[in-house]
Design a protein around this ligand. Structure first.
Ligand code: SAM
Ligand code: AKG
Ligand code: FE2
Length: 706
């Protein structure tokens, strides 16, 4: 019986929440439900209550409690309040006048941080007064964050928590938090009483506090008063599913991921997040002697996300955690779960807790284990720190037993392997799955597997096999359509140029174009350009006119061909007359020319098949195509006009270390440039004036004559 533990303490009692309302606020109709975990009574597993599309944000959630690790600002790296990087010159920042331990970029930040900071400020005269913490808790409307600080302060004052440790050995499970904001207390006595109630609540709520204390004992207790915040983190982390807020700026890839995050935050209307996100990045990039690193990331803070924190671990996750700094100064961090792939209703939502994505099962599991505090309330099944714990995901099963393991034979896992370019492994998993299900009563899943199998073959260079896998699959289920298979099979029919009537194999003379040697090879790539046009200039003009007319009557030019670059193009098979001009040219002369140009690729096959082809439009100063290789054996471009200045196919000489030192090929109208598209790096030059139109076609050699 599914239970949705209603977190009564959620949303937190926060009068300021409405004011701070943004789309980053928690969505109360979450597409997530919790079922109790069979292995562990206190644990839950999160499941999707409806289908979720890849890339969709499943849930965003403010941190219920967040603690920026003291070490992050104690070494003068960043402003303790807004996190901005601090300049190295001491005249440019201000310190806490009491303890001189924390640094701010401005007096304004210092003022805004004062309420929180007093709790841990070493010199604070009043730091032994727990009511102070409570006072600040109610002032900030962030009770749990401050409750954690109360705890920290209390522990510091009691000399390290030894007394609490024995008192807290029989704690109750999670309780709702008292509505702290309703307990605004303005007399010292009432403040103290309220603080005591808060403390009681804290004791009751953190059922595993004692394990945190045990943990803390191993980290010398004596160290705690100095680092009480970290200890509070440990407590929070143990029971309340704390999530480390990581800086993710250690590689350019993650820096750009961060930019995406920033862009998303902006799109969501989150003010000022860019500044804080960048500040976090900048902080992380500065020399960091913090030992709290996770992989190559640096832990900036620990935060508690009660909903998001329910997602369990899998090495084949379907959601990804994005941890964000607060949307604006003074706002708490928030996190988002984003779907890594399409998720069907009822599927468990899983995160990868590990940062070592590849590697073997044993190292991954050790890594996951190392991230969790031992929690004796868990039995062996649920406690990742338990020596008997093993991950039961498809990837770990595959690593241990290959496709012999039932758990390894899993479509999402096969798709994940494909994304990692492990095509042979993915194919093995799909073959094993299809051996059981092919022809079964699960047409939808079977066609997904068949499509994926075709893609694995195609990406291993088995083009004919790929296309025939799709053909056979669609024949097997005449009443069911897989959109991806269907789209390709339609193209296969559209580009069957050999079915056109008329003569074929006219000689089309060509020359080799000298281009530089590319990295990793000893000889320059084969690039050819025709000496006589393959299309007449009338045919080229007609194709342009047809394409523009098609764009005008349809939805305009499309930009979806490259997922990362907004190209402007139209699939040739969506413009019937242009398709037929192209098909006729393939049959007349291009087919024979390509067979002659690439004998080593042809390898006994007898004709050129078209995988896909487009009319591409490059507008002035727009639509340049960055360096890439194509999904093809051979690619060709046909110039359709010569009105543009600039533009052309660019072949680099190095992997972009020295820009613009390659060769640009700019053929005349109707001429064909051809090259081994799957292995030759190339780019589309920007156009500096006018508009450039080309046909770009992605081809493979085929032995099929039908
Ligand atoms: C951040 S919590 C995840 C939320 C957890 N499902 C819950 O509701 O409490 C991490 C804890 O969940 C449990 N857990 C997560 N993934 C697991 C997995 N793949 N196998 C077993 N236990 C897991 C472990 O007890 C782990 O310490
Ligand atoms: O613009 C060009 O000439 C190159 C086009 C290209 O590489 C592509 O469309 O994949
Ligand atoms: Fe290309």
């Amino acid at each position: 019986m599914p239970v949705t533990p209603p977190p009564q303490w959620w949303p937190p009692p926060s009068p300021s929440a409405a004011a701070a309302q943004s789309s980053a606020s928690p969505d109360e109709n979450l597409p997530v439900r919790y079922d109790p975990c069979a292995l562990s009574p206190r644990r839950y597993r999160a499941f999707a209550t409806r289908a979720i599309a890849k890339g969709d944000t499943v849930v965003t959630e403010h941190a219920l409690a967040a603690i920026i690790l003291k070490s992050q600002y104690h070494n003068q790296k960043g402003c303790a309040f807004c996190l901005a990087s601090l300049p190295s010159s001491s005249s440019s920042y201000v310190m806490c006048a009491e303890c001189s331990n924390v640094y701010y970029c401005s007096t304004k930040c210092r003022e805004q941080h004062a309420g929180t900071h007093t709790l841990t400020c070493a010199e604070s005269t009043d730091s032994s007064d727990p009511t102070r913490a409570f006072h600040d808790a109610s002032a900030s409307h962030d009770p749990i964050a401050l409750a954690a600080e109360c705890l920290a302060a209390a522990l510091a004052n009691s000399g390290g928590g030894g007394q609490q440790a024995s008192q807290l050995s029989n704690l109750q499970p999670w309780q709702p938090w008292p509505d702290v904001s309703a307990q605004r207390a303005n007399t010292k006595k009432r403040r103290r009483r309220a603080a005591e109630r808060l403390w009681d609540a804290l004791e009751e709520s953190y059922a595993s506090l004692r394990f945190a204390l045990n943990y803390a004992k191993n980290v010398p207790l004596a160290a705690l008063p100095e680092d009480a915040r970290t200890f509070a983190c440990a407590v929070l982390a143990c029971e309340a599913n704390a999530i480390p807020v990581l800086s993710r700026a250690t590689s350019s890839a993650s820096a750009s991921a961060n930019d995406t995050t920033v862009a998303k935050a902006k799109a969501m209307g989150i003010p000022d997040s860019a500044r804080r996100a960048r500040a976090l990045v900048a902080l992380a990039e500065r020399k960091n002697n913090d030992d709290r690193t996770v992989g190559t990331c640096c832990v900036e803070a620990m935060a508690v996300f009660p909903t998001i924190g329910r997602a369990s671990h899998s090495c084949v996750p379907n959601v990804q955690l994005e941890a964000h700094a607060g949307a604006a100064p003074g706002q708490p961090p928030y996190a988002a779960l984003v779907a890594l792939r399409d998720i069907v209703e009822g599927e468990e939502l899983t995160l990868n807790y590990s940062t070592i994505a590849g590697s073997d099962a044993e190292s991954r599991q050790a890594d996951v284990r190392s991230r969790f505090f031992r929690c004796a309330n868990d039995d062996g099944g649920g406690d990742m720190n338990h020596p008997m714990w093993t991950c039961t995901c498809a990837r770990c099963a595959f690593d241990a037993f290959g496709v012999e393991a039932e758990a390894a034979v899993d479509i999402p896992f096969a798709l994940a392997l494909q994304e990692e370019a492990r095509y042979a492994d993915s194919e093995a998993v799909l073959d094993a799955w299809l051996a059981v299900h092919r022809g079964s009563s699960k047409p939808r899943d079977t066609l997904i597997a068949e499509h994926a199998l075709g893609v694995c073959k195609l990406l291993q260079g088995l083009w004919d096999d790929a296309h025939s896998t799709w053909r056979d699959a669609s024949k097997r289920y005449p009443d069911h359509v897989n959109p991806n298979i269907d789209k390709q099979l339609r193209k296969d029919v559209a580009f069957s140029y050999w079915l056109q009537s008329g003569d074929s194999s006219e000689q089309l003379p060509y020359r080799r174009v000298p281009v530089p040697i590319q990295p990793g090879s000893l000889a320059p790539p084969d690039v050819f350009c025709t000496i006589r046009p393959a299309l007449t200039s009338e045919e080229c003009t007609r194709i342009i006119d047809l394409a523009e007319a098609r764009a005008a009557q349809g939805n305009g030019w499309t930009t979806a061909r490259h997922y990362s670059v907004p190209t402007t193009d139209l699939p040739l098979d969506s413009i019937p007359e242009a398709l037929s001009i192209f098909n006729a040219a393939m049959k007349r002369s291009i087919n024979a020319m390509l067979l002659e140009q690439f004998p080593q690729l042809v390898n006994g096959r007898t004709r050129v098949a078209v995988h896909d082809a487009f009319v591409v439009r490059y507008d002035e100063h727009r639509n340049a195509l960055p360096e890439h290789t194509d999904e093809s054996e051979v690619s060709l471009t046909i110039a359709l006009n010569d009105a543009a200045v600039g533009g052309g196919t660019y072949f680099p000489s190095t992997a972009s270390t020295v820009p613009f030192d390659g060769t640009v090929v700019r053929p005349d109208v109707g001429h064909v440039v051809s090259f081994a598209g799957g292995t030759t790096r190339h780019a589309g030059e920007p156009v500096s004036r006018g508009v450039r139109y080309i046909i770009a076609a992605f081809l493979y050699f085929s032995k099929n004559l039908v």
